[in-house]
Design a protein around this ligand. Sequence first.
Ligand SMILES: [Zn+2]
Ligand SMILES: [Zn+2]
Length: 207
Amino acid sequence: MNPNQEKPTQKKPKKNSRRRPRKHPSSSNKTEGRNHKRKNNQRNSKWNRHRISDHFMKRDFDSREKDCTTCTGSLRISLGLVGIIEALRAKLNQRVDILTGYYCSDCREKKYGIKRDHHHSGVAADIRVNNMSITELFLVAETFPEIKGLGINFDDNHVHIDTRKEDERQTWVEKDEEWILLTEENRDQFIIPTHNDESNDTENTDS
Ligand SMILES: [Zn+2]
Ligand SMILES: [Zn+2]
């Protein structure tokens, strides 16, 4: 009685030329069993498909509306924008939350009605960082010359960045439903660098 004893067969694939198992409906289970050791790689490659950079997934930038007929088009994300957000993240050493990324121009009109919006081109994101005021975030974003559109939104507590194709940067404030272009003159009214500790809000006693 030796049902389990089999001659060593030559069936065993010694060399698997297909390094990356492709998804094939009929062989997916087999593939998974045979390539047990590659499970990690498989998972990574699956993850890679949804990933757009080291720390961000495509869906992080996807603000398309399910019930919008024109949002059904493909997702547009500028890699330049993604690179800048990665750079911001590295500089701050903190997670950057993307509140809004790409949506279609219809959505823009219906929901936001902002004229100078670049979300529908895939080059804009509204961002926020935990435990950091939007003013601080705004000031850091300002140090990136690639950001050509930079807005600070006090109504929704976020910073808008975009990489529109312009030479000059445009900077603005959104506050009380108003859109105000920032100039040298009015800047100090809105961009007030805060010290980290809000409770330690002492008056300035310069003498
Ligand atoms: Zn839409
Ligand atoms: Zn925005």
